[in-house]
Design a protein around this ligand. Structure first.
Ligand code: GDP
Length: 194
């Protein structure tokens, strides 16, 4: 789909820096280290396009990629253990402004680690998506990782969380950037939103 035609456009730290809302866009949100950069790279077929920025303070940029006729938007990761209050507040402000103010935002993909399932901090962003009236879909990452009963448990916890949020789609997309599982499915979903 968008392989070979995806480009990094810009990283923005404030609403004033957003590119013109002239095409459909989808955004990706998730806890830091959930596998968001790996997923965006797998989706676009471009290794190294999206970079993990695993230090609090370096994580506040909203990164825009052009992919065919759509923007892919990489939201800053959240859930750092010892993030300074100011960093968290800046993140919350930016997320709130972006999610509630972007008319062309078609859908959010909320990434959740297949080993752990949805956590309290994920539910906070689900609540923010509800309030912003942005429909969202849960995407399990690292589906190649869980062993034994862990995946079933993670899915149960995640389904229960989704059921509490009116803006959520009930279906969970299972992906692995490592094996490629679910990547085509997700690409297909995004293509229908263009
Ligand atoms: P981000 O902070 O959310 O952008 O996370 P990254 O994409 O940097 O991934 C965090 C870590 O998880 C890295 O060590 C990745 O190699 C690893 N990772 C990401 N996706 C997968 C996956 O699908 N399977 C496995 N086994 N590891 C993954």
């Amino acid at each position: 789909l968008f392989a070979g035609q995806t480009e990094f456009l810009k990283g923005v730290v404030a609403m004033s820096g957003l590119p013109p809302a002239d095409r459909a866009e989808v955004c990706f949100a998730g806890r830091s280290n959930v596998g968001k950069s790996s997923l965006i790279n797998a989706l676009t077929g471009r290794r190294g396009l999206a970079r993990a920025s695993n230090t609090p303070g370096r994580t506040q940029e909203v990164n825009f990629f052009t992919a065919g006729d759509i923007y892919l938007v990489d939201l800053p990761g959240y859930g750092f253990a010892n993030a300074p209050v100011k960093v968290v507040q800046t993140w919350q402000r930016l997320m709130k402004d972006y999610l509630s103010g972007r008319s062309t935002l078609r859908r959010a993909f909320l990434l959740i680690d297949a080993r752990h399932g949805a956590k309290a901090v994920d539910e906070e962003i689900m609540a923010l998506l509800d309030r912003s009236a942005v429909t969202f879909q849960a995407v399990m990452t690292k589906i190649d990782k869980p062993r034994g009963d862990d995946l079933r448990r993670a899915l149960d916890v995640t389904r229960a969380a989704l059921a509490r949020h009116p803006a959520a789609f009930p279906e969970i997309v299972l992906t692995s950037s490592e094996t490629g599982q679910g990547i085509d499915t997700l690409r297909g979903l995004i293509a229908t939103l263009e």
